[in-house]
Design a protein around this ligand. Sequence first.
Ligand SMILES: [Zn+2]
Ligand SMILES: [Zn+2]
Length: 187
Amino acid sequence: MPKHSPSTLNPRSPLVLDTRDLPRRPGALRTVKRVAPAPADLGVELIGVPEGADLDLDLRLESVSEGVLVSGTISGPVRGECGRCLRQINDSVVVNIQELYAYENSTTDDTTDEDEVGRMQGDLIDLEPALRDAVVLTLPTNPLCREDCPGLCPECGVHWDDLPVDHSHQQIDPRWAGLSQLNRTEE
Ligand SMILES: [Zn+2]
Ligand SMILES: [Zn+2]
């Protein structure tokens, strides 16, 4: 069974890095700065990078003996919903990338699993899986519009920010019920 599936990467795809001009000599360096549109579904359930939004890639590609080490940052806008009050969140995220992509048929390629170390496809590197992993790890699973968001009143669904401090749906304590009755008869 062939170990590698045939290359399906498009060298012109903005999240594919082409290393043809990076010498395969350990220590050789190249930087990649570009803006790429975010792929679909980049994020977690309540928050993520909108599809097509600008991702700023600021990466360093370094030849190592067995492949190419990609490191740097990718940043972009995120949009989501507060887990407590459902208000829209507009924020940004910066993820750090540090990933080794092994040359095809290198010792690293032969001795590691696909999920341990990335793989090059010829001269191409598919950055998307590492980007997805990094974004998912960085984004909060329970995003908040602000750290101390009080959320919504469970009874009426109004944001606590918009309610008076003494807002309450509590029934009148039975011990006081008689008293209010009394007040009424006095009127
Ligand atoms: Zn909130
Ligand atoms: Zn209420």
